[in-house]
Design a protein around this ligand. Structure first.
Ligand code: IPM
Ligand code: MG
Length: 363
């Protein structure tokens, strides 16, 4: 019997629906080529869901996501919803999905394609061969810690509060993921903290060091986050896997993405015990939405990660990556990665080029 998978599709806001359309084009082709059955169900999320149903993460969307084999998300957010109540902002949908689905491990690969070593703002010799995996803790830390909020003190002044909290078990499980990921790569893990100032990340360092005892074949190092931010632009090739807290991972993964030339190139996987969600790491880019200018490659490669981590088809992941590589080698570029002498294409045409490559290379 043909393998069957249920996928919840959440296009979201801004360029989300455009990049999603291209990813689905590729997904359908893979389905056909491999003789799979993919059941795609599209649901509203983010600002689009707020407009339609008054909430960025409607109950029905969450239910579908909970019952799916995997969730594919475009992007959420936009200026239109910046002034509404915090609890109803599009971003809350993302945080709600991560926490309700228990997606504690966020894998963000920053890998440079040879053809794009010129697209980085860093010198090509610094970023050449770059292949880093940021493993970001995604359901804890200051993003979710209590107490939080804005209070008024007795003197009538307002006070903003967020709390950085990690339990040993939360640290241990993300460290285990980082060691496992490193096993299939360069066998090096660098754990990023601020143990010189924050007790919570002092505990982080201690627990990661303990967890390492089960993985003697992996080389473990520790680095303060300020130094890591600096080392990422000084000599990024020293890193293989970087494991870190929710907020440090948010920041460092954006930084790492720019080493590859464009944030528009990077996919991600958010994994939990039972569920998984895949999304490009870029945002909704409202400034270019609806103009056929977005780069769909991050979402297409998120589909690749879905095949690797949810459907146990690393071969499909690798094929998609090499198709993307050959499209770039042939000189095609969306505006975000455009450079002299290259052929500029829009979002749709980039999707078509990848689809054509898949058509030729798969099955
Ligand atoms: C990301 C984003 C989100 C985050 C926002 C949109 C809530 O920046 O996925 O990196 O901070 O986690
Ligand atoms: Mg971010």
């Amino acid at each position: 019997m043909a393998e069957e998978f249920n996928i919840t599709v959440l296009p979201g806001d801004g360029i989300g629906p455009e990049v999603m359309a291209e990813a689905i084009k590729v997904l359908r082709l893979v389905e056909q080529k491999l003789g799979l059955t993919l059941k795609l169900e599209e649901c509203p999320v983010g600002g689009a869901a707020y407009e339609a149903e008054g909430h960025p993460l409607p109950e029905s969307t969450l239910k579908k996501a909970e019952s799916a084999d995997a969730v594919l998300l475009g992007a959420v957010g936009g200026p239109k919803w910046e002034s509404i109540d915090f609890s109803l902002r599009p971003e809350r949908a993302l945080l709600g999905l991560r926490s309700s689905l228990g997606l504690f491990a966020n894998l963000r690969p920053a890998k440079i394609f040879g053809a794009l070593s010129n697209a980085s703002t860093l010198k090509p010799e610094v970023v050449e061969g770059l292949d880093i995996m940021v493993v970001r803790e995604l359901t804890g830390g200051i993003y979710f810690g209590e107490p939080r909020g804005i209070e008024t003190t007795s003197s009538g002044e307002r006070k903003g509060i967020n709390t950085l909290v990690y339990t040993e078990s939360e640290i241990r499980r993300i460290a285990a993921i980082a060691f496992d990921v490193a096993k299939k790569r360069g066998k090096k893990v660098c754990s990023i903290d601020k143990a010189n100032v924050l007790e919570c990340t002092g505990l982080w360092r201690e627990v990661v060091t303990e967890a390492h005892k089960d993985h003697p074949e992996i080389e473990l190092s520790h680095m303060y986050v300020d130094n890591a931010a600096m080392q990422l632009v000084r000599n990024p090739n020293q890193f293989d896997v970087m494991v870190t807290t929710n907020m440090f991972g948010d920041i460092l993964s954006d930084e790492a993405s720019m080493l590859t030339g464009s944030i528009g190139m990077l996919p991600s996987a958010s994994l939990g015990e039972k569920h998984a969600m895949y999304e490009p790491i870029h945002g909704s880019a409202p400034d270019i939405a609806g103009q056929d200018k977005a780069n769909p490659l991050a979402t297409i490669m998120s589909v690749g990660m879905m095949f690797k981590y949810s459907f146990n088809r690393e071969d499909v992941h690798d094929s998609l990556e090499s198709v993307v590589e050959s499209v770039l080698d042939a000189g095609y570029r969306t505006p975000d990665i455009m450079s002299d002498g290259m052929k500029q294409v829009g979002c749709k045409e980039m999707g078509d080029l990848v689809a054509k490559g898949v058509e030729e290379s798969l099955g």
